[in-house]
Design a binder for this molecule. Structure first.
Ligand code: DC
Length: 228
């Protein structure tokens, strides 16, 4: 079967990464969580008090950032490295979540991240999830999926993920506000806003189990990889 490029986009916490990770495992493809790159850049900016309104400062800071993915066998996915430091846990904090959409809206940041993402897709056999993968990063991807789910379902899933990681002092409302605010900034920003590509398949997974969702997407992959 031909190796293809699979672009998965959608709102915050609607299970894009879970789906992309499962799919990559089934197909023996590379999985890239593009949001982790924006989160790592945000972590660097927060640690170094970078003023987002000063484009020269932002450009200079980006020159000091090296992003890499390192495969974590136990997790079955890659961890994000920021200048050789494993920041996989740090980039999931509420502090990063509350600031990442503003950072990801900056043109210099997007140019920096998109160039690296496009490089990773050159060999095909990749599943990348994010907000602009089907529209900007891989507009020619053979399969594009736009995932969505009911907002309260997304909040419950995100809360469970945070609780499982020992983050128990965050309320439903706090998580909901963060998701809604990120959805708003991500879909209204000037550069590469979150939107469904015209040729993307819309998948609402509110009432789907992970297995049902995986089967739907695997069938789509079979079709596209055989050129249908
Ligand atoms: O997928 P995530 O929630 O970890 O992404 C974090 C933020 O990064 C999200 O709120 C918007 C931004 N992002 C983006 O602008 N473009 C992408 N391709 C991926 C993420």
């Amino acid at each position: 079967m031909n190796k293809i490029v699979i672009a998965i986009d959608g709102y915050s916490s609607c299970g894009k990464s879970t789906m992309a990770k499962q799919l990559a495992k089934e197909l023996n493809y590379v999985f890239i969580d593009s949001g982790a790159m924006y989160r790592a850049i945000t972590l660097y900016f927060l640690r170094n008090n970078i003023n987002l309104n000063d484009s020269a400062v932002v450009e200079n800071a980006l020159q000091h950032i090296q992003l890499q993915f390192a495969y974590n066998i136990a997790e079955g996915k890659s961890d994000m490295l920021l200048n050789n430091e494993n920041v996989e846990a740090a980039i999931r904090s509420m502090d990063v979540s509350n600031n990442v959409s503003a950072v990801a809206a900056l043109e210099a940041v997007r140019t920096f991240a998109v160039a690296q993402q496009q490089q990773m897709g050159k060999a095909k056999g990749i599943v990348m999830d994010g907000r602009d993968i089907g529209t900007t990063v891989f507009p020619d991807a053979e399969l594009k999926i736009f995932v969505t789910a009911d907002v309260d379902t997304r909040v419950q899933r995100r809360l469970k993920e945070l609780h499982d990681k020992g983050n128990t002092d965050i309320s439903f409302e706090e998580v909901k506000q963060n998701l809604l605010s990120r959805d708003y900034i991500d879909s209204t920003r000037a550069i590469s806003p979150l939107r469904k590509a015209d040729d993307a398949v819309l998948l609402d997974n509110t009432n789907l189990t992970r297995e049902e969702q995986l089967n739907i997407v695997l069938n789509l992959v079979m079709e596209r990889a055989s050129g249908k």
